[in-house]
Ligand binder design. Structure first.
Ligand code: ATP
Length: 301
């Protein structure tokens, strides 16, 4: 085997409940993740010369670091350390997930690189060990491996799968410029002032919507505690959400730490209508359609 290709999805948070700051500086979270059909692809090849190299095309080309600051690179190093395999791989990322968009693209690449290197290096690392390595790389990495729909607690890394019926149709309004996740959490803290923050919780209405495959209910139940902070840092997002609503979306929400806004549509045709009108409105850089849930990182070739 000289080449392995892994496809990995983006995520949207159907609900993101942000609790108090923990002693380790992270916020206690309760979230419902859904993996959606907007994919990065990571190709791992046996190199001519031993060592790790990384190249990237698509979103973020020429912008993202290609050394140990890149989560995919770090994933390869971590797996080699863990398994004792020689850290030798040429990695290439074909990137479609927007950067710093609140869709966990970096985490997705880390999950894909773990799986691609594990396969290329013929390690067959047990799933639980891969998940533990994923957790070391970042809070959202385990979900990118897992996919589907899941409740995330702690920093989002403790996952409980959620059975979900059918498929939801999403439209994503992608912004010109990303938002830094730490900056959005800091703004959330600032807006909360010194107020006591309740423990994070999972919404019953959302769970019901997901279990029943009820897009109308899902649209009503979407909720993100980071949304006020994202809107405060990027006021134009208010307009993006209003446009989506005016176009008849069943609901709209800032995805994760933003600035991508996610809208639920009734069906594929409705999603296409919303996407076309959002594009024409000029309030965002680009628009993507995807359905969810989809599987997590998978070897495709
Ligand atoms: P999240 O939803 O998990 O908060 P995000 O979607 O907002 O994440 P990402 O695109 O995952 O943001 O990454 C944010 C930052 O992480 C980037 O600005 C970049 O500096 C760094 N990063 C490291 N590796 C990658 C990668 N492979 N792809 C994207 N960003 C990466």
């Amino acid at each position: 085997m000289s080449s392995v290709t892994v496809r990995v999805p983006a995520k949207v948070n159907l609900q993101l409940s942000v609790g108090p700051v923990r002693p380790d500086g992270f916020h206690e979270l309760a979230t419902i993740f859904q993996a959606v059909g907007l994919f990065d692809e990571v190709v791992a090849r046996t190199p001519a010369v031993p060592g790790i190299t990384l190249t990237l095309s698509g979103e973020g080309e020429g912008e993202l670091p290609l050394d140990e600051r890149n989560l995919a690179y770090r994933a390869a190093v971590l797996l080699a350390e863990h398994t004792g395999a020689e850290p030798s791989v040429d990695l290439h990322i074909h990137k479609a997930i927007p950067i710093a968009g609140g869709m966990a693209g970096g985490s997705a690449d880390a999950a894909a690189a773990l799986l691609a290197c594990d396969t290329l290096w013929r390690q067959s690392t047990p799933r639980e060990e891969l998940t533990a390595l994923a957790t070391e790389l970042g809070s959202d990495v385990p979900f990118a491996l897992h996919g589907g729909t899941a409740i995330g607690t702690g920093r989002g890394e403790n996952l409980t799968p959620v059975l979900s019926r059918g498929s939801f149709h999403w439209v994503f309004a992608v912004a010109d410029q990303g938002l830094s996740t730490p900056a959005v959490y800091a703004e959330c803290d600032r807006l909360r002032g010194g107020r006591t923050v309740p423990d994070p919780y999972v919404s019953d209405m959302l769970m019901q919507a997901v279990r029943a495959g009820d897009a109308l209910l899902l649209g009503k139940a979407l909720h993100n505690d980071l949304q006020p902070a994202a809107l405060s840092l990027r006021p134009v997002l208010r307009q993006v959400l209003e446009v989506g609503e005016d176009l008849g979306a069943l609901g709209g929400v800032v995805s994760g730490s933003g600035p991508t806004c996610a809208f639920v549509a009734r069906d594929d045709e409705h999603a296409l209508d919303i996407a076309v009108a959002l594009t024409a409105s000029g309030v965002c850089r680009t628009v993507r359609r995807a359905s969810g849930p989809v599987a997590g990182a998978r070897v495709t070739g």
